[in-house]
Design a protein around this ligand. Structure first.
Ligand code: ATP
Ligand code: MG
Length: 337
């Protein structure tokens, strides 16, 4: 990234790019600068740090992945400048996979935790467990994922951040600060974050509760905590061209003249359901994930209409079928119900 003097004070204590490892073969400090234009195809002259060598925790590269410029830029700022980045948006728009795919390309180890309402404080911090050693039962302390991640060069992703329990959220609050050290009370230990530790989160709501009715099980997020996320970016539905490109990249068998026409109409159909949802005609929306599933099911069943029924229509309430039928007719000229 450019050496922007405005950003110096913030990044000074964590300028990992000026550090270098003693062991040249493998280092836990980023040892390579990646060019954003070449690596992500974005129109940006940034250099971002990453690793030369692969590591078992680095996600697999999805070569067909299409990076959304705004989201990718926010994630890259997170990696380069140690910013805490939260991505919010409707389901299935590519929030989790964006972080993973950026990490995959930078070869930065990445661990995802689903913050569902059963993840407890002890799961995150660590707990005493009973184990067998030499035939005897003993209790031993087992470190949780948070202290482990903090001490390693890892991008930790809290998925479904708005579904986490309040007691768990307060544990995370402390490490949200850049220099946030974690105190383990029962271990008399203070953990300093590794210079290459990074923290990301994805959420369907923006922490103000579920205003759409789509996301049962999410909670409001404490605003003191929201305040600690340095960058909050939104990833809602992609432009039709971008979405068509994503589907064709995922299902290359449809990349023919008729296939492309079909996919364009499928994306149009998805956008009609999104407009219908906004207008209150439908109680659910087609996500990009559903469009990909529809395209895949179309190849399995060899029938577009049947694939639509199993991929989306059966998830809608019966009284909504006439509206769906009308949209379908507009896109494909045939009835589906
Ligand atoms: N830009 C993209 N390029 C290629 N594939 C994509 C893209 N965006 C999303 N996908 C695919 O869509 C699917 C859904 O993406 P993902 O799981 O990241 O969504 P999400 O926003 O995290 O959803 P949720 O809110 O439900 O967790 C994945 O299979 C992913 O590979
Ligand atoms: Mg997700």
């Amino acid at each position: 990234m450019p050496n922007d003097p405005k950003l110096e004070p913030m990044s000074a204590s964590f300028d990992i790019t000026s550090l270098s490892g003693a062991n040249v073969k493998y280092t836990s400090i980023p040892d390579k600068m990646y060019n954003v234009r070449d690596t992500f195809g974005l129109d940006l002259d940034w250099q971002v740090p990453g690793y030369v060598h692969d590591h078992p925790n680095v996600p697999d590269v999805d070569p067909t992945y299409k990076f959304d410029p705004t989201t990718t830029q926010a994630i890259l700022a997170g990696f380069s400048y140690n910013r805490r980045v939260m991505i919010q948006g409707f389901h299935g728009t590519g929030k989790s996979s964006h972080i993973e795919q950026v990490a995959a390309r930078l070869k930065w180890p990445c661990v995802r935790i689903n913050l569902d309402s059963h993840v407890s404080r002890l799961d995150l911090i660590g707990k005493d467990v009973i184990t067998l050693r030499e035939g005897k039962q003993i209790t031993e302390y087992r470190q949780g994922l948070l202290p482990w991640a903090l001490q390693n060069p890892v991008a930790l992703v809290f998925d479904e951040y708005d579904a986490g329990r309040p007691d768990v959220m307060f544990v995370i609050q402390r490490v949200l600060e850049t220099e946030g050290r974690l105190t383990l009370l029962d271990q008399n230990m203070v953990i300093r974050p590794h210079p290459a530790f990074r923290l990301f989160a994805t959420a369907n709501t923006i922490g103000l509760g579920d205003t759409s009715g789509l996301y049962h099980g999410t909670h409001q997020i404490n605003q003191g905590q929201m305040d600690r996320w340095n960058i909050v970016t939104k990833l809602n539905y992609l432009s039709p061209d971008h979405e068509i490109a994503v589907v064709l990249a995922k299902v290359p068998a449809l990349n023919t003249d008729t296939g492309r026409k079909d996919v364009a109409a499928m994306v149009q159909m998805a956008n009609l359901t999104r407009a219908g949802f906004k207008a209150g005609d439908l109680s659910t929306v087609m996500s990009p994930r559903t469009v990909i599933a529809w395209a895949e099911n179309m190849l399995i069943f060899g029938d577009r209409d049947q694939a639509f029924r199993v991929s989306f229509m059966n998830r809608c309430d019966d009284p909504e079928w006439p509206a769906l039928n009308e949209y379908y007719q507009r896109c494909f000229g045939v009835e589906v119900v």
